[in-house]
Ligand binder design. Sequence first.
Ligand code: LLP
Length: 429
Amino acid sequence: NEVFMLKKNDSNYYSMNDISLAELADKYQTPLYVYSADQIRKNIQHLQSVLAKYFDSYRIQYAVKANTNPHVLKIVKETGIGADCSSPLELRLAKQAGFPMDRSTYTGNYESPEDFKRAVESGVNLNLDDYHRITDLKEMGILPEFVSFRINPGIGRGGFEQIVTGGADAKFGFPYEETRKAYQTAIEAGVKRFGIHMMTGSNILEPFYFAEITQKIFTIIENSINDLGIELEFINIGGGLGVPYTKEEEALDLDQSFKMVSEVFKKNLPNLNIGNPEIALEPGRYLVANSGVLLSKVTHVKRSYRNYVGIDAGMSTLLRPAMYKAFHDVKMDGQEDFLSNEPSDHYRICGQICENSDIHPLDRSFNQPKAGDLMLIENAGAYGFTMSSNYNNRVRPAEILLDGSSEKVIRVRETEEDVLKNVPDFELK
Ligand code: LLP
């Protein structure tokens, strides 16, 4: 998952797609999300080539929650993959972008009747978080012919505790011990076609993990539904493919991961009576994280009990550091990387939001930073803009998409009027 499109010149100025980031920051102001379409295509093509090496057929469904900008969706759609959606608007955007809905899924949880109605109408495969919802769908008269179930296989892992989505503490899926009951309920209710799904955690960098959970789902299938006479159209092992955020982390070895996963398929499938299911994956982060940088300017440097570098992109722009203590590597544009053991050179990066959690983890060393310096926050293409907010009444940033040598504003910066536009009987003066 090498970053191809972000480069540094001899004077330590950064470019993406050979377009100067300092010039983009001047032209469009900061904070500013900048994505490379070429990097997204490379990431997807890499995953496709690895899967093609080990599987006759496969489904990749982009977890659109990672980056839902319609122009990003269009780039992803053109690679031929499907989408995984988790809200009615995500579905609507995926459909409008032209994703093949019959090879896409809706993976919701705690759905309202309206959510279900819109999911079924859209024609995607419904991935049910609780098999009891079969009864609700039947009562609503919208039980589809195809259903897959999100099983909680009893295990999970993730980059942080908050992004572990399987195991005893996860709100997702239902206990694997109920798998048989789930499929029996669906068969009795009239469901004709089936899939199976799990999603046990996000940002995983260990190649063995994917084979481990795949074996687990096969064991669950063998012990609970193998004799029901149903064919599974896919076995979806979820997303979770990680990217390195720190220099110490090693990139996920995709080839090794899927070689092992394919061996698990080859070992188990011949002994089972479930047809010839395709492997399905729903990665978000892996496809888009390294395609994006967040450009931010230093607003003020303060020496207090610690040293602080304040920047104009706080937790309302990029929530991950505040929410998970997530580490993002940063660079100062036009400056050499600076490593110093002097405490006076160590700074905590913080935003302008009035919360003490509006900080980046681990102090970094900078060489006399000052207001106006341009900072690049790396790996901001996934769960960046999509998790932004208007907290402290800050406006949401603009987004730029670079494609080859072209640049396009794919979201203009919000205005203060935009923030207030839904308040009745009020006009901002
Ligand atoms: N499928 C389902 C059902 C999911 O809930 C998710 C992510 C994915 C696929 C994609 O996972 P990925 O391949 O991106 O790991 N906001 C957090 C990540 C939360 C992930 C939630 N679900 C972050 O910023 O790290």
